[in-house]
Design a protein around this ligand. Structure first.
Ligand SMILES: Nc1ncnc2c1ncn2[C@@H]1O[C@H](COP(=O)(O)OP(=O)(O)O)[C@@H](O)[C@H]1O
Ligand code: SF4
Ligand SMILES: [Mg+2]
Length: 318
């Protein structure tokens, strides 16, 4: 059953120095219980896409087109008050990029996790019992609720942030770079925790990372984003065993290997374009080793090249 349906979404930032087209015509669907990974280098619009689904695009950004349906309701057409009372945190919640470093230093952990429940009118003892349960679920001693954020390690703080995202029992949890600031060992622990949540609770998850290795640990489906657009979309197996877009192929070569012989990491030369004036045609053309003439003038569209496997690249058009 479809939980989330994003159609031709455009989210732009109207800055004094031009319009940043951070998300520029993205479509995707997510079923209940499914896990979608979104991967791409920094600056490709991943966080902006996530903020859009939460109905929390920061100014000067706004949704310029398209729709975002959650359980059939288009949140881009809803009033803010209705999104707040019916959707945000209750149906869709988010682990914000860097949130573990933005916990409020003056409140105890349990108070921060309990806040939305108390706000929605739950009795105090019930709310705090639920917090203790959640802390246990994310692998923390419930006593940690009595501490302040600065008394916790990075990994503990990230577990607290995950508990915060789960307190209202949302159907969909968006995790934006949930392991990025952590060391390798703690990264693996957090990913294991997310796998457990996925297995036990059958929640829908969107996991966002610049690292295809992280995304592949969890995701059944993967969307590769480049310069505000999805350039390849398929099952995790298709993306790994048969990557077709040159950008996806380059991302795979850039995954650091934790095991096996240390091979040279291949970096992708250049960087993603300025989204105020992306190159015409294929946005990856200036960095693509397989670029052809047509790539620089005409934009390739996403096409289904095998079942459920979509690619936007002129190499496969004939
Ligand atoms: N508040 C903002 N004002 C203006 N531009 C922004 C703002 N937030 C993000 N952007 C721009 O939107 C583009 C996409 O950013 P972002 O969604 O954060 O990408 P990612 O999460 O993939 O790193 C970037 O060019 C970034 O500079
Ligand atoms: S469309 Fe052309 S430039 Fe773009 S990825 Fe394909 S081959 Fe490279
Ligand atoms: Mg981001």
């Amino acid at each position: 059953m479809v939980l989330l349906e994003v159609s031709n979404l455009k989210t732009y930032f109207y800055t004094l120095r031009g319009i940043v087209k951070a998300v520029d015509g993205v479509s995707l669907t997510l079923d209940r219980g499914q896990t979608l990974g979104i991967v791409g280098e920094s600056g490709c619009g991943k966080s902006t896409l996530a903020w859009s689904i939460m109905g929390l695009v920061p100014p000067p950004g706004r949704i310029a087109g398209g729709s975002i349906k959650i359980d059939g309701d288009d949140i881009t057409k809803m009033r803010e008050g209705d999104v707040r009372s019916k959707i945000r945190w209750k149906k869709v919640s988010m682990i914000f990029q860097g949130a573990m470093n933005a916990l409020n230093p003056v409140y105890k952990v349990a108070d921060q996790i309990a806040e939305p429940l108390l706000y929605s009118g739950a009795p105090r003892d019930e709310a705090y019992a639920r917090v203790a349960e959640l802390l246990e679920m994310v692998g923390l001693d419930p006593k940690i609720g009595e501490r302040y954020p600065h008394e916790l390690s990075g990994g503990q703080k990230q577990r607290v942030v995950i508990a915060m995202a789960l307190i209202m029992e949302p159907d969909l949890v968006i995790a934006d770079e949930p392991t990025t600031a952590l060391d390798v060992v703690v990264q693996a622990q957090i990913l294991n925790l997310m796998k457990e949540l996925q297995r036990k609770k059958r929640r829908s998850i969107i996991i966002i990372s610049h690292d295809l290795g992280v995304v592949s640990e969890l995701a059944e489906k993967i969307a590769v984003m480049y310069a505000g657009k999805i350039v390849e979309y398929g099952t995790a197996e298709q993306i790994f065993n048969n990557p077709m877009h040159p950008y996806t192929q380059a991302l795979i070569r850039a995954i650091p290997r934790l095991t096996g012989p240390v091979t040279k990491l291949e970096y992708i030369p250049g960087s993603p374009p300025d989204l105020r004036s992306p190159p015409p045609g294929c946005r990856f053309a200036p960095r693509c080793s397989k670029v052809m003439d047509i790539c620089r003038s005409e934009e390739p569209v996403l096409e289904e090249l095998e079942k459920d496997h979509f690619v936007a690249c002129w190499l496969y058009r004939r």
